[in-house]
Design a protein around this ligand. Structure first.
Ligand code: ADP
Length: 249
């Protein structure tokens, strides 16, 4: 679905992405992981046609990024940062606005139902909880019925219930046949969600495989955890005590 070959990006003299190559398969959830400054957002935004590359080739769903960027724009969904929405508009009005921008006629209630926000159709954006805002921003990526969606740290700042709820939503979207590219700082999230992950550091991909394989490779290399791990962690305690039910405020 996506083929990136020898992608490089320099900002002035600084090379932020140093010749990376990877493929993303149709229907997979592909994670881009790495510490701050690794080059994840740069890579993502180049694929989203929002930033120019310095060199390399990118093919998305058969379209060359240099020659057919408009074709690529039609088949991708890009998640805006949650600050990108007019705070005083109702969700239904925001969906209408996006309908206009994308030249679509998506039924707002149907779209909101995909992310369990149909009850909030008449609520104004700024009255939503963090999790609801994230769900809404994911809904807006689906307006043009994309083949691929790009999610940049979709669960940052959410409580454990809202994160788990969003994971289910992302898996659901993939089950409808959409390919998902996601960046995250949460390794538990990547392990749970991603079919394959690319780990970036200082502009390079230093590992690319399914999470299970990467863990097995580390173990095969003789890695041992220092502390005996318990069969549960503090998050399990938290979820056990406070339940899976989504809290919205
Ligand atoms: P990540 O998303 O992994 O945190 P980024 O792609 O945002 O990494 O940034 C990679 C590197 O490029 C960082 O060192 C960052 O400071 C630098 N960088 C990002 N955008 C710009 C820009 N517009 N101008 C100059 N340097 C930038």
């Amino acid at each position: 679905m996506i083929k990136v070959t020898d992608l490089k990006k320099s900002y002035g003299n600084f090379e932020a992405v140093k010749g990376i190559s990877f493929n993303v398969k149709e229907g997979e959830i592909f994670g881009l992981l790495g510490p701050n400054g690794a080059g994840k957002s740069t890579t993502l935004e180049i694929m989203e046609t929002l930033r120019f590359k310095t060199s390399g080739t990118i093919n998305i769903a058969g379209f060359d990024l240099d020659k057919q960027p408009d074709e690529i724009k039609k088949i991708i969904g890009v998640q805006l940062q949650t600050s990108g929405f007019y705070p005083g508009l109702k969700l239904i009005e925001l969906v209408e606005l996006f309908n206009g921008l994308y030249n679509r006629k998506v039924d707002p209630i149907e779209l909101l139902a995909k992310v369990n926000l149909e009850d909030k159709a008449k609520a104004i954006y700024k009255s939503l909880s963090g999790g609801q805002k994230q769900r809404f921003s994911i809904a807006t990526t689906l307006i043009n019925d994309p083949k691929i969606i790009f999610l940049d740290e979709p669960t940052t700042g959410l409580d454990p219930q809202a994160r788990r709820n969003l994971w289910d939503l992302i898996k659901n979207i993939r089950e409808q046949g959409t390919t998902v590219i996601i960046t995250t700082h949460y390794m538990d999230e990547a392990e749970y969600l991603c079919d394959r992950v690319a780990i970036m550091d200082a502009g390079k991909i230093i590992a690319l495989d399914c999470p299970d394989q990467l863990i097995d490779q580390l173990l095969a290399a003789g890695f041992e955890k220092k502390k005996e791990t318990k069969g549960a962690n503090l998050e399990d305690v938290f979820i056990q005590l406070t339940g899976h039910t989504l809290r919205e405020d």
